[in-house]
Structures are given as C-alpha cells and as structure tokens.
Design a protein around this ligand. Structure first.
Ligand code: C2O
Length: 567
C-alpha cells in the first residue's frame, strides 16, 4: 500500500473506534439516607439514596462524566478504584492528593476515559471512612463487538462485600483518632449491602443470586470492606477464576477466594448441582496477631430457579452451608495467590531504572507530652501509627499535592521519600523497640516519565505482622514474585515471573513476607500508594509518587478542570 493509503486506513480505523466509544453522564447525589440493618436504622451517607450505590456499566473505551453533588454534612471525594486515569489525574479522587474535598453544598464533575481495561472495578468515597457506605461497582465490558476470552456466560452478578458498623462509621474513626487506640471492630459483613441469614433482623433482605440449571454465571466479587481481607466461597460449586482487578487471568479452579480490600475477582460458576439453594459465604482472613476482629459470616443465597420453594413446601429446607477456611489460614491464601497468571504473555519491564525497597507496617508513638492519658489508649499508653520506610504519611490540608505540584506552591510536600529503609534490620524478626516509632511527613518520590519501576514491598513484624493490601493509584502493576521472611535479592530475583505475571492494582502482601511489583511510569500525575485497610491509611501507611510530564504531546497531564474544588 502507498503510505498515503495506509494513513487513510489508520485514520479510518481510528474514526470507527471513536464512533463506537460512548460518553455516559451520571449524577451522584451524596446524601443522608435512612438505612436499617441489624434491627437499627442509621442515617447513612449514600449515593442517590442507594446502598450500595449505583452500578456503572461501560464498555472499554467509553468516557464517564459523573457530576458529584455533595448534599451531606461531610467533605467527600469519589475515587474510581483501578481506573488508570491516563492524563486525567484530576479525576482520581483521593482527598488532598489530587483534589481538595467537595465541601457540603458544592459539586465537582469527574471526567475520564476507560482505556484498555476490561472486567470489574469499583468506585468509593476517598475521604475519612465515608466509603463504608459510599461505594458501588464499575463493570467494564469488552469494546462493542469484542468478546470475553471465555464462553459468554448466561448471567452476570456483581457481589460487593462490605463491612457494617451498627454506629456512624465517621464517629467510629473519630473516636479512634482521639484515643489513639484501634477503632471498634465492625458488627457485620455484607453482600450487596445485606448481612444475610446469620445475623439478627437480617433474613428478610438476604441477597438472592439466581441461576438456572445448566447455566454459567459470571460472579464479579469486589472486596469493599473497610478493614478486613475476606475469604469467599459458594457451597458445592467450583469457582473458575477468569479475571482480577480488570485484567484477565489464565483460568484456574478453586473452592475459595481471598480478597484483600480493594481487590476484585471474576469467577465463573456452572449450575451443575441438584436444583436447590446454596449459601454464598464470606468471613475474615485475619493475619494480624492479638488484634480483635469481626469474626461473623455474611451470606447470600445461590438459588436455582427450578428449586423447590422452601416456604411453600411446608418443610423448612435450609440452604446448604459451605465450609470456610480458618480465620488464620495463610496456607490457603498462599496457594490461591500463587495460582494467578496473566491470560497472555505480557511485556514486563526486564530491566529497571528505579529499584525501590519499601517496608510496610505498624508502629507505636510515645504519648506526646501535651496529650492526656485518654488520648493515649494504645498498647501501654501509646498511640497506634503506621509507616512505609519509617515515614508515617501526613495528608496536606491547604492544597492537594497535585495542585501544589502544578502551581509550583512550595511547602506542601517534600521530594525526599527514601528509596530504601533508613536503617536495615531483620524486618520479620524480633524488631528492637527503638525502631517502632516512625517520623511523620508528606514525602513523595519523583519518577521520570517512562521510567521502569520495581518496588519490593516488605512487611515488618513491628507490633504485629499482617497481610497488607497495597493499592497503587493511576497504574496497574505486575506482581512478579511473592514470598515469606525478608526479601533476599540474591536468592529471590531468580524466582521472578517476567513472562506471564498477574497484573493488578492491589497486591495482598503476604503476612511476614514480601511482594515485588513492576510497572512503567507512563502516566504523569500524583499517585498515592496505600494500604487499603482504612484503619492503616489513617495511621499513615501510605506514600505518593509524583510522575513528571514527558516530552511528547500526549505525555503530560491535562489542564485542571475549572470546577476543581479548592481548599
Ligand atoms: Cu480504593 Cu486509594 O483506594
């Protein structure tokens, strides 16, 4: 073909693909709504009066325009968890990182395009603990005319796992901030907002997942719980995992899933069992030691359409209950997470430009002299804290980091986040008390556009080791290896999967272990990376990457929207 013809062809194809992509407009009214659970009604903050909030359904390539109107009495922002936000970092949502919060009575319109992602993501408030009730599913179908890389299921059902307090969640976190103690544990887990049959006053609303004999149902599981990794299973049905965090994986079959908060997993189930009712169940995976946790079990019901109706039959047939792993069953978690491979061969950066090593873990602050004992209710009169590389992250409050960066405002953040821990120690051993108290700061890591990044995320045993779900905004990354103990570059680098590692936005770093992630810093902006246990974010288990603009036309962040909220 002549070059000119080729150019026309390329242009034509571009037009065709643009013509298919849609722009969807939505309005999210953040408002107080009475929600009755566990026998009590609370004035919960919801979107459009719905709990969970509305499900957004788009095709890969579509643009979302969501006007968020804050009619509640709290500041709010919305984060589109897992959306790459290529060049649209102003729409990412974390408060004081990419925007100032939307004040009561104000509004802000988020505009962004889904590019190259397919599967299940979600959205949630990114301000204090509002996401306890302000969250919903974001389902991304293949481009119109494209198919799933597996047989099209007859049905699809999202299942959002949530966490419910029989209290105002904002009061729960405020109390913890005042006392320095761990916040009260939740009173229930939920599936699509409902605790299910095993809780008081709950069996009326139990979520029903319909299925018919001989069908396949694609279940999109989202862990939207605030503070708890969860096991998930369905009685008598095998789960075939086909995707996670809006990336496809090589299908594998399992009886049980584990999702850290922030993670999603897409599974196919076949209705190959006698028509009946089967419980879908989830409960805690608890890896921290000596820490109280909510040990209740949430259920929904997988109901065959042709099953005998339990009420009408006169006999009260109870749905079949699955068994779940023990709360501390780390072996099950390990074999599950080791099963993940990308569906196809992928392009993992082979060499890296930035080789980063971040410790992640808890800590305890000595009681400051101007505090009274009521404010130091942590272990032995301390206050809980948390850090990465010994820096406990503090959010600014006058400008967002992205605004300060683009406007050149000094004094909001510093660019001296350490590339490795300031002191080397036996991270997973018996750590000296002198290393339990981090420093505080708003420290970021500057990354050159297009640089290849590796981060070793190393859990510490300070206070307690724990499985931390580490989430990076603005990127998907490859998990090239995971292991226990201290990461050893000499021994462990040989185990890296650089062929078909899974791509995710949230990695559940093994308790008392490590995970290695790689990505190319090709999305300019300001991106927070944090533990998705909200209790740990508040304590400072977070850091920020500032990815500089590149040289090219499409290598810099777009101009800020005119309605961007100011502090
Ligand atoms: Cu799903 Cu920064 O969060």
């Amino acid at each position: 073909m002549k070059p000119l013809n080729t150019m026309f062809l390329v242009f034509f194809l571009l037009l065709v693909s643009l013509a298919n992509a849609k722009v969807q407009e939505h309005e999210f009214l953040v408002q107080e709504t009475p929600v009755k659970r566990l026998c009590n009604t609370h004035m919960s903050i919801t979107v459009n009066g719905q709990f969970p909030g509305p499900t957004l359904e788009v095709n890969n390539g579509d643009t979302l325009v969501v006007k968020v109107v804050n009619k509640a009495r709290y500041n709010v922002t919305i984060h589109w968890h897992g959306v790459r936000q290529i060049r649209t970092g102003w729409a990412d949502g974390p408060e004081f990182v990419t925007q100032c919060p939307i004040r009561p009575g104000e509004s802000y319109t988020y505009r962004f395009t889904i590019q190259g992602q397919e599967g299940t993501l979600w959205w949630h408030a990114h301000s204090s603990w509002l996401r306890a009730t302000v969250y919903g599913a974001l389902i991304i179908y293949p481009k119109e005319g494209d198919d799933y890389p597996f047989t099209k299921p007859k049905r699809e059902t999202p299942i959002l796992l949530g966490e419910w307090w029989d209290a105002n969640p904002i009061d729960v976190v405020r109390q913890a901030t005042q006392t320095g103690a761990a916040p009260n544990i939740s009173d229930a887990y939920t599936m699509n907002g409902q605790p299910g049959d095993l809780y008081k006053c709950s069996s009326q609303g139990t979520t029903i997942v319909p299925i018919d004999s001989g069908e396949t149902n694609l279940i999109r599981v989202i862990n939207a719980a605030l503070n708890q990794p969860l096991f998930f299973t369905i009685a008598n049905h095998k789960l075939t995992v086909v995707g996670a965090d809006a990336s496809y994986v090589k299908p594998f079959t399992t009886n049980v899933l584990m999702l850290g908060p922030g993670q999603t997993t897409d599974v196919l189930i076949n209705s190959d069992q006698p028509p009946s009712q089967y419980y879908i169940a989830a409960r805690a995976y608890q890896s921290a030691q000596n820490a109280p946790f909510d040990n209740t079990t949430t259920t929904a019901i997988l109901e065959y359409k042709s099953s005998p109706c339990p009420a009408k039959g006169g006999v009260n047939i109870k749905p079949i209950m699955p068994s779940l792993p023990n709360y501390n069953d780390t072996n099950t978690v390990t074999s599950f997470s080791k099963s993940f491979r990308s569906l196809r061969k992928v392009e993992v950066p082979y060499e890296v430009d930035e080789d980063l090593f971040f410790t992640i873990g808890l800590g305890l602050n000595k009681c400051p002299s101007n505090f009274n004992s009521n404010q130091c209710q942590g272990p032995n009169g301390t206050r809980f804290t948390s850090s990465m590389n010994n820096v406990s992250f503090v959010l600014p409050n006058k400008f967002s980091i992205l605004q300060a960066h683009k406007l050149g405002v000094q004094g909001i953040f510093t660019t001296d986040f350490p590339a490795k821990p300031p002191v080397k120690f036996d991270y997973t051993g018996n750590v000296s008390r002198s290393l339990w108290q981090p420093i505080q700061g708003t420290k970021v890591t500057k990354l050159r556009f297009g640089s290849r990044i590796q981060i070793v995320l190393q859990d510490t045993s300070i206070v307690t080791p724990e499985n931390h779900p580490i989430h990076l905004h603005g990127y998907d990354f490859y998990i090239v290896a995971e292991g226990f103990g201290n990461f050893d570059p000499k021994k462990d680098a040989s185990k890296f999967n650089l062929v078909d590692p899974p791509m995710r936005n949230t990695v559940a770093v093994p308790v008392n272990g490590w995970a290695v992630i790689r990505f190319v810093a090709d999305n300019p902006g300001v991106w927070i990376m944090h533990c998705h246990l909200d209790v740990h974010i508040g304590w400072g288990l977070a850091t920020v990457f500032l990815v500089e603009d590149g040289e090219g036309l499409l290598e810099s962040i777009e101009a800020p929207p005119e309605d961007l909220p100011l502090c």
